[in-house]
Design a protein around this ligand. Structure first.
Ligand code: TYD
Ligand code: MG
Length: 478
């Protein structure tokens, strides 16, 4: 009889160790090892002598088949449907991660109500809040009368029992997976093995009964779905709900989708009546800008230096955002860097290239970089716009207000072409921009110029510096 030995699992990365340690050897997290009892005696190897049952032979089939794309259920919340890959697929499990308080419960209650309103049986199971709290929220969202079935529960056994019969709902929200527990496991709710075990049961249920199961997961401050990083490969779709607390914009981002494109985003605005879709985010992210151009809240009444509009792509959709930079002489030895919405390493690279290849001395200054509206950009295509904002801030020369910028910067200072140039130009033209600063010869890659948009190619970063610095200014800056 095998003795059940305790083991310790890291709550950050899921690594298992035989002894407790103050620091996880796998991921380096401190104080994250928690004792967990293994589920049962390890199973006997299937091929081992004495295995009681032989497996059945597999039926191999051809890759090509007559299966059409999976049928999709639409919630009618277009931003949500698009991020899910064009609607929800029956028998799939979706993980929605995000910081506490970002609006996950609000979004999913709205989605459940929208589905219920279209005749799909939907249920919302909360392990975090009381039924009354959810009712109050529903009231506030104006969906109090929708036929969503609501329950407060945290035992996975009870939930499975309720959902595994005839007349079960087709769409189920589990809010949150960290509050669920399996009574067959000894560890506390929220530990890696509980989260994994509970998710496994619920995902199994989704596959077995053809339900759509949405698991809500809280994210730790490191940006990982707390503990259950392990969940990411168990579910079909992983969506992150993100945004700055102080901003009203919320972005739902697909980071994994077995049924659709990743990197697709949906943009919402948090209002006093819940999340409102933002069908044209470019206009919204540039909204503050038009008021600056007309002179409101702007000292000079003119354009400010240090701002550049980046023509980006999020998933399949073009998105224009403003990059803002402030460059100030550093009073103390070590220059300060504060970056919001963009990669700090990438910023360090661009300042280094500006210093080494263009003869500027940006790097000695304090640099503050911000992507307006609380958006987080991951595309290297934003390099050129970031560089333009930095140069403009340093030389106090504004970037023309009707110019959009995109392009990747290499370590040599060369500007490299990026994907989807045509879609970016089209969006810029649509929003009334007149000029595009882009990598050289975008037309060579089959890009047709957009109506009314003058394309001004930038081959090397030094051309951008020349464009943004009257000679007198540049000398002063040096
Ligand atoms: P919630 O959905 O509870 O967040 P999560 O489930 O991700 O923890 O959203 C909480 C925040 O949203 C809270 O700070 C209040 C705000 N909120 C609104 O601004 N308007 C609303 O209509 C609702 C329901 C919430
Ligand atoms: Mg919640």
């Amino acid at each position: 009889m095998a003795k059940t030995t305790a083991r310790y699992a890291c709550q950050q990365c899921g690594a298992v160790a035989p002894r407790w340690a103050g620091r996880c050897e796998a991921c380096g997290a401190w104080n994250s090892m928690v004792e967990e009892l293994p589920r049962a005696a390890p199973p006997k190897s299937l091929g081992a002598a004495g295995a009681t049952r032989r497996g059945r032979a597999l039926d191999f089939v051809a890759l090509r088949g007559s299966t059409a794309g999976p049928p999709r259920q639409l919630t009618g919340i277009a931003e949500f449907d698009r991020v899910c890959g064009g609607g929800l697929v029956a028998g799939s499990a979706i993980l929605v991660g995000g910081d506490p308080g970002i609006g996950k419960s609000t979004l999913l209650l709205q989605a459940a109500a929208a589905l219920a309103g279209r005749g799909t049986a939907a249920a919302y199971i909360t392990g975090e809040e009381a039924v009354e709290q959810v009712r109050l929220r529903a009231e506030r969202l104006g969906v109090g009368d929708s036929p969503v079935r609501l329950a407060a529960a945290s035992s996975v056994r009870d939930i499975i029992a309720a959902l595994d019969g005839a007349g079960a709902p087709e769409f189920v929200v589990i809010d949150s997976i960290q509050t669920m527990y399996l009574d067959t496991l000894d560890s506390a709710p929220g530990t890696v093995s509980q989260v994994r075990g509970a998710a496994q049961e619920l995902i199994g249920l989704a596959k077995r009964r053809g339900l759509v199961v949405v698991l809500v997961g809280h994210v730790t401050k490191e940006g990982l779905i707390a503990g259950p990083r392990v969940l990411e490969h168990m579910v079909d779709t992983v969506l992150y709900f993100e945004g700055e607390r102080g901003h009203q914009f919320r972005i739902l981002r697909a980071v994994k989708n077995r049924y659709g494109a990743t990197d697709e985003i949906g943009v919402f605005e948090m209002s006093d009546r819940g999340l409102v879709e933002v069908p044209n985010p470019s206009a919204l992210f540039l909204a503050d800008r038009s008021s600056a151009e007309t002179g409101e809240g702007d000292e000079g009444g003119g354009r400010t230096a240090g701002a550049a509009v980046f023509a980006g792509i999020e998933g399949t959709r073009p998105l224009l955002v403003e990059v803002q930079a402030l460059v100030a002489p550093s009073p103390l030895g070590t220059p300060r860097r504060a970056v919001v919405g963009w990669d700090a390493t990438r910023l360090a690279m661009i300042t280094a290239v500006l210093d080494a290849r263009c003869g500027l001395s940006v790097g000695l200054n304090d640099i503050y970089l911000n992507i307006a509206g609380g958006l987080r950009i991951v595309e290297p295509a934003a390099d050129l716009a970031v560089a333009a904002a930095l140069i403009s801030a340093l030389t106090e020369t504004p970037v023309p207000a009707d110019a959009v910028i995109f392009g990747e910067i290499g370590l040599s200072g060369r500007v490299r072409p990026v994907a989807h140039a045509e879609a970016r130009l089209k969006e810029a033209a649509k929003l009334g921009f007149g000029e595009a600063w882009v990598p050289v010869r975008p037309a060579a890659r089959g890009v047709r110029p957009s109506e009314g948009l003058k394309v001004a190619p930038v081959g090397h970063l030094s051309e951008l510096v020349a464009r943004l610095s009257p000679p007198r200014r540049l000398r002063a800056a040096r």
